[in-house]
Design a protein around this ligand. Structure first.
Ligand code: SF4
Length: 212
C-alpha cells in the first residue's frame, strides 16, 4: 500500500470519538473538497507491504481500534481489502473512512464503514454512489459535513428519504471548519454555527448525532 502516515491518536469523527485508535492513512484522493484538511495525502507517501503496515499497527495499538483512512483508502482497494481482512482476523475493530464515491460492496461486512457523503458546498456534490446504500448495515455510520443551510437541507432530506437513522448505527451532522483554521480551534472557526445546527436538527425532529 502507498501510505502517508501511521499513528496513534484519539478517534474524532464518528460515534467512536474519544477512543484511542491507530490510524493508517493511505495516500491519494480522487476528490478535492473545498474544506479538505488532508491535502498532504494527495501525493507522496511510501510503499509498504501489508506485513510492514501490520507490524506498525501492532507496535502502536493500545486498544483494539484501527481506522483505515486517507485520502480515499478505497483507491487502493486491491491491497486495502485484504489488509482489513487481516486486521479482522487478528481481532481488531476496523473503521473505514470513505467518501462513498468508490463501490463499497467488497469491503468486509465486519468493517465499520464511516461514509462521508459530500454536500452541495463541498465542491464534490453528487459523488456518493446511491447503490452504495445497499452496502450499508446497522454497524455503519453516515456523516454529512455542513457549511450552510443548503447543505443542511440536503443532509436532512437525504436522511429522511433513505431512512438513514434506521439503516445505520449513527447519522452524523458536523459543521465544516474553515480551511484557514489552524492550531487551537473553537466554534468560531466553524462555517456553520453549531448552535444554529443544533436548533435546526431539533426543530426538524431528526434522529441524528451533532458532532464537532
Ligand atoms: S474526500 Fe477527504 S481527503 Fe479527499 S478531498 Fe475530500 S476531504 Fe480531502
Amino acid at each position: 500500500m502507498q501510505v502517508t502516515e501511521i499513528y496513534r491518536s484519539l478517534q474524532g469523527e464518528s460515534s467512536y470519538a474519544g477512543l484511542p485508535c491507530v490510524f493508517v492513512r493511505l495516500t491519494g484522493c480522487n476528490l478535492r473538497c473545498t474544506w479538505c484538511d488532508s491535502e498532504y495525502t494527495f501525493t507522496g507517501g511510501r510503499k509498504m507491504s501489508l506485513e510492514e503496515v501490520e507490524a506498525e499497527v501492532r507496535r502502536l495499538a493500545t486498544s483494539g481500534l484501527v481506522e483505515i483512512t486517507g485520502g480515499e483508502p478505497l483507491l487502493q482497494e486491491r491491497e486495502a481489502v485484504p489488509f482489513m481482512e487481516r486486521l479482522l482476523a487478528l481481532g481488531y475493530t476496523v473503521l473505514l473512512e470513505t467518501s462513498g464515491e468508490r463501490p463499497l460492496g467488497n469491503v468486509p461486512a465486519q468493517v465499520i464503514k464511516i461514509v462521508d457523503v459530500k454536500c452541495p458546498h463541498s465542491g464534490e456534490f453528487g459523488t456518493f454512489r446511491d447503490d452504495n446504500l445497499d452496502a450499508l448495515s446497522a454497524r455503519d455510520e453516515v456523516k454529512f459535513v455542513l457549511a450552510d443551510r443548503e447543505d443542511y437541507e440536503f443532509a436532512r432530506d437525504s436522511t429522511r428519504r433513505h431512512d438513514l437513522s434506521s439503516r445505520v448505527r449513527s447519522v452524523i451532522f458536523s459543521p465544516a471548519f474553515r480551511k484557514d483554521a489552524a492550531g487551537a480551534r473553537d466554534t468560531s472557526h466553524c462555517l456553520l454555527d453549531p448552535q444554529q445546527l443544533a436548533e435546526w436538527t431539533r426543530s426538524d425532529g431528526l434522529n441524528v448525532r451533532l458532532a464537532l
